[in-house]
Design a protein around this ligand. Structure first.
Ligand code: HEC
Ligand code: HEC
Length: 257
């Protein structure tokens, strides 16, 4: 080590970090052609204000049009950033929005509104570095238009059918729920007859934990008709406007002990 000066050591570490950045434990998310580098195509059916926020504040991690800052070339920071981008795109890739089915777009829109209302996106470290990526209230209002409240049907439905209900579950609920694992929402096997907010390892809103509900036909129907009207400040910003779909999915959940 004698004779090696501090600046020389620094240069050495720096060069090594740049070298290490080429080892890519999460795959290479930068491997994208110029034509693919579009955050959100112009023909996506969204208000311009919502598109603008998504492109400015979300597209770095949720599209193929990531803007890579200089420090993203230096390990280990490069790995953290690449990991976020790989994961972010997996959950939601705005560059592919037009390829999604309308149902999938709707579920993702609802997830976006949910994340934004909770203040969990963009993630905190990103907001600390990119001050302007913090969402202001105008951004939240703009993004909320992605999932406007639909007119809720209240007409009595035909008796619920668990087979149709499974299809409704797959289409409308699995964006956030699974039967046997907690995801964005708690696992739903056995929810019928369960006390609301009682899955021990799930992080519920305090509103639902305090609700004192035990899930049955009547309160599941009200919950799915509009969670906010029933439990204000719950974390499930989602509703099922069609009365028949609600009856069917409840019938399905009832069979999932
Ligand atoms: C720094 C990168 C980064 C930015 C910027 C970012 N996200 Fe994310 N996002 C992630 C990662 C990583 C995940 C997956 C892991 C997680 O849920 O924390 C994710 C997940 C999501 C999900 C899916 C949640 C789920 O459970 O499936 C939504 C919806 C979302 N982000 C919306 C947004 C919106 C809207 C913005 C802009 C306002 C945004 N994100 C900005 C990194 C980012
Ligand atoms: C956008 C994400 C999202 C979608 C889509 C969604 N949920 Fe949820 N759900 C949640 C979250 C988050 C919670 C926890 C609420 C809380 O903590 O306030 C929840 C809670 C619940 C609960 C209460 C569970 C308990 O343990 O008390 C039921 C029942 C439920 N959801 C049913 C459904 C059904 C049925 C569907 C589909 C028709 C659905 N959810 C779609 C996010 C979602």
């Amino acid at each position: 080590m004698r004779g090696l000066t501090v600046p020389a050591l620094c240069v050495g570490f720096f060069a090594a970090s740049i070298g290490l950045a080429h080892l890519r434990p999460f795959g290479n998310p930068r491997n994208i052609t110029e034509q693919q580098r579009i955050a959100l195509t112009g023909d996506a059916q969204m208000r311009d204000a919502a598109k603008r926020v998504l492109i400015e504040k979300c597209a770095d991690c949720h599209s193929d049009a990531t803007r890579w800052p200089f420090y993203s070339n230096i390990a280990p920071v490069s790995w953290l950033i690449e990991h976020d981008v790989v994961e972010g795109r997996e959950h939601l890739n705005l560059s592919r929005w037009q390829e999604l089915s309308p149902d999938r777009q709707q579920v993702l829109s609802q997830e976006i509104v949910q994340q934004v209302k909770r203040g969990t996106m963009p993630p905190l470290p990103y907001r600390l570095i990119h001050w302007r990526a913090r969402l202001i209230s105008a951004d939240v209002s703009a993004l909320t238009t992605l999932a406007p409240d639909e007119a809720i049907e209240t007409a009595p439905a035909a008796p619920g059918d668990p087979v149709r209900g499974r299809a409704v579950f797959e289409r409308r609920c699995t964006g956030c729920h699974a039967l046997d694992a907690n995801r964005e929402g708690p696992h739903l096997r056995g929810v019928y007859g369960r006390t609301a907010g009682s899955v021990p390892d799930f992080d519920y809103s305090s509103a639902i934990k305090k609700s004192g509900l035990v899930w049955n036909d009547a309160n599941l129907e009200r919950w799915l008709r509009g969670t906010d009207a029933m439990v204000p400040d719950s974390n499930m910003g989602f509703s099922v406007p069609k009365a028949q779909e609600r009856a069917d999915v409840i019938a399905f959940l009832k069979t999932m002990h």
